[in-house]
Write a protein that binds this ligand. Structure first.
Ligand SMILES: Nc1nc2c(ncn2[C@@H]2O[C@H](COP(=O)(O)OP(=O)(O)OP(=O)(O)O)[C@@H](O)[C@H]2O)c(=O)[nH]1
Ligand SMILES: [Mg+2]
Length: 259
């Protein structure tokens, strides 16, 4: 018996959502990896549909991490600042290419005094979202330290990284252009995908989380195929060093529908 409520209609992804900026995208393909599409059509996604992927959200205090999660999950915005103490989390259920897929979004505290509690929850993340305030250059500089701390608890070769500039509504177009230039550089150094959002207006919030869900799903299915493929004689798994594809892809011996 399935005790879970059906996936909300506005959480159904039939196509790969696109990146924001080509210069700092995890990959620039227009569609899901053909092996993933094929596996979904044939319902060969193994345990992916039953798993919950952990996503952690880190960054300086008051950059807007809680507001970002609340805008997406509850469609609310609170203009008053209430510091997150330790951690909090929200579950979001999606359906990607017909397969159920869940994200557990971990909202962590940016305040120094709560950081050691929060960091005990970093382990086991499949995606790390590092948030900075587009109107505060120091918060962008600090993202490298947030990333280093989060990576101590995770496998840097398999985790997906997103660098998110918040509070876009507070920047003038001219200020935004300058900040974006610096942020794109940082994102490229980190090998993270860059996004700019506003939780107040909602700009890019849904697009961003859909992209996180889609890329995390894609990486999960590829890893699952890799594991099952490694058990079959003749399958070869390689790391694609194409700079447009910053994470693992599996290749060779594709079923006919994937060619
Ligand atoms: N104008 C504007 N204000 C925002 C936006 N996002 C967040 N804020 C405000 O920024 C303040 C901090 O937001 P939070 O989401 O609580 O920040 P946080 O990163 O979770 O802070 P910690 O929990 O202490 O780490 C609040 O007063 C929010 O209303 C935004 O997109 N635009
Ligand atoms: Mg918070």
């Amino acid at each position: 018996m399935n005790l879970l409520a059906p996936v909300r209609r506005d959480r159904v992804l039939a196509e790969l959502p696109q990146y924001l900026r080509k210069e700092a995208a995890l990959h620039t393909r227009r569609d899901f990896h053909p092996r993933v599409t094929c596996a979904c059509q044939e319902h060969r996604t193994g345990t992916v549909g039953f798993k919950i992927s952990k996503v952690i959200v880190v960054g300086d205090l008051s950059v807007g991490k809680t507001c970002l999660i609340n805008r997406f999950c509850k469609d609310t915005f609170d203009k008053n600042y209430k510091a997150t103490i330790g951690v909090d989390f929200e579950m979001e259920r999606f359906e990607v290419l017909g397969i159920p897929f869940s994200l557990q979004l971990w909202d962590t505290a940016g305040q120094e005094r709560f950081k050691c509690i929060a960091s005990t929850y970093y382990r086991g993340a499949q995606a790390i979202i590092i948030v900075f305030n587009l109107n505060d250059v120091a918060s962008l500089e600090h993202t490298k330290q947030w990333l280093a701390d989060a990576l101590k608890e995770n496998d840097p070769s398999s985790v997906l990284l997103f660098l998110v500039g918040s509070k876009k509504d507070l920047s003038t177009p001219a200020q935004y252009v300058l900040m974006e230039r610096d942020a794109l550089k940082v994102a490229q150094e980190m090998k993270a995908e860059y996004w700019a959002v506003s939780s107040l207006t909602g700009e890019n919030v849904r697009e961003f989380f859909f992209r996180v869900a889609a890329l995390t799903f894609e990486a999960n299915v590829l890893a699952e195929l890799e594991r099952s493929g490694a058990r079959r004689i003749g399958d070869v798994v390689r790391i694609n060093s194409d700079d447009n594809n910053l994470y693992l892809t599996a290749s060779k011996k594709k079923p006919p529908c994937c060619l």
